[in-house]
Write a protein that binds this ligand. Structure first.
Ligand SMILES: [Zn+2]
Length: 217
């Protein structure tokens, strides 16, 4: 089961990917996590990525593609995976198809999660992250037991990426870059659109339906 989860930041696709990953015992491969780890470990590609992110830019396709290719070679991907945050451009999508074709594989389904813009801004701007253990909270939906403090005792911060002024810009960039990719999967009959403006449970049900629909067809 090789799945691609598409959707803007804040849409909740990471939560859904995590659930599905546990259910089907396939890895949840989140580009953001892999990138952050590479940056924290100061690997060459991590440092390169950091220079773009610090400048408020997207990490170039080639850098991301190489990171993902390496990840997909690992043993735990044999039975499939859920890609979250990759591909996000048409170039990345084509590179992924090409990489898979070389080993006689393909993407089974691309799920596109949708949510109105004002809801996205609200969700993202409330995020608070722990710089120590990386746990993520939300001021409204998932507050820490003590305001502003992680359960590990560290003071929570708002990531630069999650500040309202940055969020609107990120969303505009996202839509611009990803619209052709959505079309790309649509043309190949692989796309399922998921209305994410519902409870986590209700969205999970739609995700199941989308995957089941594929399996029975
Ligand atoms: Zn913590």
């Amino acid at each position: 089961m090789r799945l691609v989860f598409l959707g803007p930041p804040g849409v909740g696709k990471g939560t859904q990917a995590e659930r599905l990953s546990k259910q089907y015992r396939v890895p949840h491969i989140a580009t953001g996590d892999i990138l952050r780890a590479a940056m924290a470990n100061k690997t060459p590609v991590g440092l390169e990525a950091k220079s773009y992110i610090d400048a408020g830019k997207l990490v170039p396709d080639d850098v991301i593609i190489n990171i993902i290719r390496e990840r997909l070679k690992e043993h735990d991907t044999k039975e499939g995976y859920i890609l979250d945050g990759f591909p996000r451009t048409i170039k990345q999508g084509e590179a992924l198809s090409k990489t898979l074709e070389q080993s006689g594989e393909k993407i089974d389904r691309a799920l596109y999660f949708e949510l109105p813009e004002e809801e996205l801004v609200k969700r993202i701007a409330g995020r608070r992250s722990c710089p120590a253990c990386k746990k993520v909270y939300h001021t409204a939906f998932n507050p820490p037991p003590q305001e502003g403090v992680c359960t590990c005792g560290t003071a929570l911060v708002q990531r630069k990426d999650d500040r309202p002024e940055t969020v609107k810009e990120r969303l505009a960039v996202y839509r611009n870059e990803t619209a052709p990719l959505i079309q790309y999967y649509k043309e190949r009959g692989l796309l399922s659109q998921i209305d994410a403006d519902q409870s986590v449970e209700a969205v999970a049900k739609r995700v199941q339906d989308a995957i089941f629909q594929k399996k029975s067809s």
